[in-house]
Design a protein around this ligand. Structure first.
Ligand SMILES: *Cc1c(COP(=O)(O)O)cnc(C)c1O
Length: 361
């Protein structure tokens, strides 16, 4: 079967072994005579699927016991609202670090519910760098500090964890979750939409520290209550059962790859290949991100002189490489190099880029 080389930014590529297993179990999950899609979410069978998914995720990230793992719906975008609705609990509001489109949207959404300050912004660097913490203006009385660990559109990634003292740190990790080890205990709350690196769209993972639960604003929907979701093991209502099952298989697959440390080594290698192809044809390819802040997950680049984008994409397509066009808001190219992509596919792109530059540069 012909599978393309998929550089899509999200929903993104999934491991072939996982898709094969999903296909094999589609009509009959392990002798149950039914698809996971058809199973009652409170059945013993489904309970085992959910429990295994949670345990495998806890193992992968060494999540401490005083953190809850929630499997929710609504995407990362709903977390832009659920975070302030649960975590604004009498302090001075949220401190937001704006490093791109997603953190900017998170800031605007939170401002609908309470006081929000932009503690730091890379706006002056045209959102192509992470501002050093010495430039941040944090309020020690803030309810939390929010950042986006990886900005998918420009391709800007945090490679360090800020120090926020007693103020809980909240991170949107939608596009780099499980791509590297995470020091979970440095965060109050981590959230990630699944469709970039973890599984199908429709699932959002939240990892939240115990002491932050129980403060949902009274006017908010009860479904938004982290405390209620934690108490009900993500089953206040029907959870996204099939997406959780697929994510569970991805967690298993990740363990087979040497866990997050093993996958990180591969991710570093893939990113190095693509950025080397950009830098060795500097002037032809451009990537304006500060070198230390370049994303391992989303490598963006422009081609100059202008007018070659369509030819680049068509040539890539001929070599089975798809979804390389940049985000519609910025144009250019974007190669997303999520966990499921083997090093060989990043090689194929890098070779093509060097060849294309030679022919047109
Ligand atoms: C894709 C993405 C989002 C939006 O996710 P939805 O699930 O569509 O709401 C938010 N933040 C980051 C960092 C993303 O990559």
């Amino acid at each position: 079967m012909a599978r393309v080389i998929n550089f899509g930014a999200g929903p993104g590529k999934l491991p072939r072994a996982v898709l094969t297993q999903v296909a094999a179990e589609m009509l009959d999950w392990q002798g149950s005579g039914m698809s996971v899609m058809e199973m009652g979410h409170r059945s013993a069978e489904y309970g085992a699927i959910l429990a295994a998914a949670e345990q495998d995720l806890r193992d992968l990230l060494a999540i401490p016991d005083h953190y809850h793992v929630l499997f929710l719906q609504g995407g990362a975008t709903l977390q832009f609202a659920m975070v302030p609705l649960n975590l604004m609990r009498g302090g001075s509001g949220g401190d937001y670090v704006v490093t791109g489109e997603w953190s900017s949207r998170a800031t605007r959404e939170a401002a609908r519910f309470g006081t929000v300050r932009v503690a730091a912004s890379s706006q002056e660097g045209e959102l192509r760098q992470i501002p050093a913490q010495s430039l941040w203006q944090l309020d020690p009385a803030a309810d939390y500090v929010h950042l986006c660990a990886n900005e998918t559109i420009a391709g800007v990634e945090f490679n360090w964890i800020p120090e926020t003292g007693n103020v809980p740190l909240v991170a949107d990790m939608s596009s780099n979750f499980l791509s590297r080890p995470i020091a979970v205990e440095r965060y109050g709350l981590i959230y990630a939409g699944a469709q970039k690196n973890v599984g199908p769209a429709g699932l959002t993972i939240v990892i939240v520290r115990d002491d932050l639960l129980g403060h949902l604003r009274s006017s908010a929907p009860s479904l938004f209550d982290y405390a209620a979701q934690a108490a009900a093991h993500s089953m206040v209502n029907t959870p996204p059962t099939f997406a959780i099952y697929v994510a569970g298989l991805v967690f298993r697959w990740l363990k087979d790859q040497g866990g997050v440390t093993g996958i990180e080594a591969r991710n570093i290698e893939k990113a190095a290949l693509v950025y080397a192809a950009i830098d060795s044809a500097a002037g032809f390819y451009g990537n304006g991100v500060a070198p230390g802040d370049r994303s391992r997950m989303n490598a963006t680049f422009t081609i100059s002189p202008p007018g070659l984008d369509a030819e680049f994409l068509a040539g890539a397509r001929e070599r089975s490489m798809v979804q390389l066009a940049g985000h519609r808001s910025v144009g250019g190219m974007r190669a997303s190099l999520y966990n499921a992509m083997p090093v060989s596919e990043a090689h194929t792109l890098a070779d093509y880029m060097s060849d294309f530059a030679r022919r047109h540069g």
